[in-house]
Ligand binder design. Sequence first.
Ligand code: NAP
Length: 257
Amino acid sequence: MPPPTTTLTTTLIVATTPPPLLGIGKNLTLPWPRLPSEMSYFSRVTKRSPPNTHNAVIMGRKTWDSIPANFRPLPSRINVVISQTARDNTVYMNALAASSSSPLPKVKDHDNSNELEETQESQKQKNFDPTTRELWSTSLSSSISLLSNLSNTHNVPINKIFIIGGSTIYKEALNLSVGSPGYVDTILHTVVSEPEFDCDTFFPKGVLGAESGSDEEGKWVKGDVDELVSFTGEERSKVEGIKEEKGIKFEFGIWRR
Ligand SMILES: NC(=O)c1ccc[n+]([C@@H]2O[C@H](COP(=O)([O-])OP(=O)(O)OC[C@H]3O[C@@H](n4cnc5c(N)ncnc54)[C@H](OP(=O)(O)O)[C@@H]3O)[C@@H](O)[C@H]2O)c1
């Protein structure tokens, strides 16, 4: 079993219109039509983790709501949703605790349906998969603590934590100072370059774009395709160059600091 995560840095993943506008949303959905290859890139990259570890995705409540009900929680990842309205995580945490501590069900020497039901229930708890329901949190910092707690106390090793939007959560995450839990050190940025799309929600200004690119301490620096391949584990051909789907052009990229 790999050791639990100790460095709680995060990766932000976002698709935007080109700088300087950096639009990310329109009417609580994406500004552009569904781009299957961009969506499968998001899915592969946010899922990819070593055996016996999980990645986590943290999102705002509106982004959660924008995911069709039958596609959430996003599968094979631990989903944390942030909302000012506190919601109960007791069922999740109890199932997790039971799963990590429950003894093997007793073998019965006679038939009894109640006992069988109990056995099935304890098996279900024992096999609780922490990616099958979402966790709720009332702030970004408590989301990070929650994940740290899963890793350290409940034996759910977390590999990478992705901040997946929307704009309020991106802004808050980018304001975390170096050394604080959740500090964002990597941005996976897809630029949807053509055609133009009308947007009502935007990525924070002053991070990605012409004003970045210096290697001054704390400044965002654009990485090359080798860095993108190495960080994401993607095949080079899948992430190199300008892609086109449904007449829409887009390009994958990475920024580090
Ligand atoms: N292009 C992309 O890569 C991308 C990625 C993600 C989302 N999007 C788009 O972005 C839009 C949604 O973004 P958004 O900025 O409007 O919403 P959002 O960040 O997804 O969610 C905002 C909500 O999160 C909760 N929240 C935010 N900060 C909080 C805090 N500090 N403490 C407690 N709760 C907090 C609040 O929920 P309550 O109201 O429940 O309190 C708030 O209303 C959609 O159009 C979506 O499609 C685009």
